[in-house]
Ligand binder design. Structure first.
Ligand code: FMN
Length: 328
């Protein structure tokens, strides 16, 4: 799959998710088969770039290329400037957020709130595309609410402005995460524009991925929440696409190995205090995805990185013993 002059390894995307898709998680999903992992949104307001949160979001050292950075804001010049600075700092793709319903973003009239003002959308797209000589992509919802679905109009604006790929979360902002994803709308948009279209929303299994690809004829699919605690999903989707057979789930031993390596990366990336807290969230997701309940209470209580690793290591070494006993 192509985004401008960039060729991706495949058409499977990790969705940008603030507080989730940091550099360690993006690298992990790429390692396990995602063709592209879009960064958490970074505010276009450079006055806020000194905060620890944003500094971590701007850190792409050692990240697998191509590196796609998502920017959020409402002011065309500020967004253009943020795009330029991120390109200078090593981003190969800039993604503009017009899809996020988060209150903080919408309160500031950014994210999906922008869809209400098509003139402003046009100004933003023109300004950002003119600011950088790397591909600019756009992520949208189908509209602000059911009465004002304008994704087709925005898609045409995007194509005319030189946007190189459009991702559509097939819901309106008002729908939040409820209700069925409007894949009919996504299909229609794909059939009417010539830039690549990526479908997003509720893709939870390899079977969902193949169904959406076949039914909408989109160029790629993007997975968000279903990848939390489950970075193997990309490998599984790829396997199903390549072989047409259901993929094997990771063994508990592999879950343990990946989880521990992920935790170590989080501890290094954020430092011990924040790293342990961020890791707790991911541990919770891994456990939920893989039906593990036993050690959660214990792991939530520990404060040091070493102890956190020990609790998890201990659990998995015992599981390994149990599995070996069962097999004997
Ligand atoms: C915790 C969380 C954070 C998110 N942050 C962003 C973001 O920074 N930028 C964005 O465009 N969308 C954001 N989204 C929306 C996702 O990218 C995606 O469009 C949405 O979750 C639907 O995909 P899914 O059903 O596969 O999760 C976020 C979603 C979640 C759950």
């Amino acid at each position: 799959m192509q985004i401008g002059d960039i060729t991706l390894e495949n058409n499977l995307f990790l969705a940008p998710m603030a507080g989730v898709t940091d550099k360690p998680f993006r690298n992990l999903c790429r390692q396990l088969g995602a063709g592209l992992a879009v960064s958490e949104m970074v505010t276009a307001n450079t006055a806020l770039w000194h905060t620890s949160k944003t500094r971590h979001r701007l850190d792409h050292e050692g990240e697998k290329v191509p590196c796609a950075v998502q920017i959020a804001g409402a002011d065309p010049e500020m967004l253009a400037n943020a795009a330029r600075l991120n390109a200078d700092a090593g981003a190969q793709i800039i993604d503009i957020n017009m899809g996020c319903p988060a209150k903080k973003v919408c309160g500031l009239m950014a994210g999906s709130a922008l869809l209400k003002d098509e003139l402003l959308v046009k100004k933003i797209l023109d300004a950002v595309v003119a600011a950088v000589d790397i591909p600019v992509t756009l992520k949208i919802r189908t509209g602000w609410d059911k009465q004002s679905r304008n994704a087709m109009k925005i898609a045409k604006l995007a194509e005319d402005s030189g946007i190189k790929m459009l991702t559509i979360h097939g819901r309106t902002r008002a729908c939040g995460y409820k209700g069925n994803v409007e894949y009919e709308t996504v299909k229609e948009i794909k059939s009417r524009i010539s830039i690549p279209v990526v479908a997003n929303g509720d893709i939870k299994t390899p079977f969902d991925a193949v169904k959406v690809l076949e039914e909408t004829a989109v160029d790629g699919i993007m997975v968000g929440r279903a990848a939390q605690g489950n970075p193997w999903l990309f490998r599984e989707i790829k396997y199903y696409l390549d072989h047409g057979e259901p993929p094997a789930r990771p063994t508990l031993q592999e879950v343990g190995q990946i989880m521990l390596a992920h935790m170590r990366n989080l501890h290094t990336f954020y430092g011990e205090y924040t790293g342990v807290r961020v890791a707790r969230k991911h541990i919770g997701w891994y456990c939920k995805q893989h039906g593990i309940k036993l050690f959660l209470q214990k792991v939530y209580k520990v404060e040091s990185a070493d102890e956190q690793l020990l609790v998890v290591e201990d659990f998995f070494s015992k599981q390994h013993e149990i599995e070996e006993e069962k097999a004997a």
